[in-house]
Design a protein around this ligand. Structure first.
Ligand SMILES: [Zn+2]
Length: 289
């Protein structure tokens, strides 16, 4: 008797829709975290209220995405504009949840990635708004990344390579996974720290904050060294292209501080979902086959 469950197209579509709805609900909660964590307010109490008039937002006006559209982006009480960020965060979270389900299915690995992505989305928008990456997210992020590596393997061949070079080859998958996570923290956090230090010595100004370094420690812990290095590469490229374009178009000063953490965050999501494919495609192009 076969236990393989045949999933027809309609069931799959329903499952995807469930993940979109789950993403919208979680995204709505992430909005609360994005608004309150930088002000060190509780993320549980009080209920949502309008930032302009302070009136509590009624449950029927707090439906993710839908309420924003129905209210035409304005508060029902005072008529002031509601930031575009609320629906943007909800839509981005829903999209990320749905794509994760389509690419990975529903399993422990996917659940861990959804926790990772949710934390990253909070960091992307807090950095965009305040140019900070709060320790209350990045430091527990490093710890949880290391712990989760004991539950599902961090796919990266660096640990096997280093262990066997040292004559310490082992077949203990959990140990290898943990070392991969640990090397991700050490090498990526360390690499960015070195870049920051050199930049500071050469330019006599801070180009990279410690928040970025801790963020990369967290990305390394969850994804391992290779995908974290890919994240730094993609994030820097995006930062250079989009950032410089923005400075030019918006007529900002060249010393305008870019939200590098936001670019790293977007790059981390892309790397986690498509990184291994990107790396193997790139390697194939290099070898000309
Ligand atoms: Zn209002």
């Amino acid at each position: 008797m076969s236990w393989v469950v045949e999933i027809d197209e309609r069931t799959m579509l329903m499952a995807e829709l469930c993940f979109v709805i789950l993403g919208l609900i979680i995204g709505s909660f992430l909005n609360v975290c994005i608004a309150r964590i930088p002000c060190q307010e509780s993320i549980v109490f009080p209920n949502s209220h309008c930032p302009h008039c302070g009136n509590p937002i009624k449950a029927y006006d707090n439906i993710p995405l839908l309420s924003y559209l129905l209210l035409l982006g304005k508060c029902r009480s005072c008529g002031q504009r509601i930031s575009w960020q609320y629906p943007a965060v909800e839509a981005l979270t829903a999209l990320t949840f749905c794509v994760t389900f389509v690419l990975l299915g529903f399993n422990l690995k996917a659940i861990i990635l959804l926790v990772f992505f949710s934390s990253i989305i909070i960091l992307i928008f807090i950095d965009l708004n305040h140019r900070i990456l709060p320790d209350v997210i990045t430091l527990p992020g490093v710890l949880f990344g290391l712990l989760f590596s004991l539950l599902t393997p961090v796919q990266d061949s660096t640990a096997e390579f280093i262990l066997s070079s040292l004559g310490l080859a082992t077949s203990n998958a959990i140990f290898i996974s943990f070392i991969n996570s640990f090397l991700g923290v050490l090498i990526c956090g360390g690499f960015l720290w070195l870049v920051a230090e050199i930049f500071f010595r050469v330019r006599k100004m801070e180009g990279l904050g410690f928040g970025d370094i801790k963020l990369m420690g967290m990305v390394g812990a969850f994804l391992g060294m290779k995908l974290a290095l890919l994240t730094i590469m993609l994030g820097s490229m995006m930062g250079a292209v989009i950032g410089l374009l923005f400075i030019k178009l918006a007529g900002k000063d060249a010393r305008y501080e870019l939200p590098f953490g936001s670019f790293l965050g977007i790059a981390a999501i892309i790397s986690a979902l498509w990184g291994h494919r990107l790396i193997s495609d790139y390697a194939r192009t290099l070898h000309g086959s």
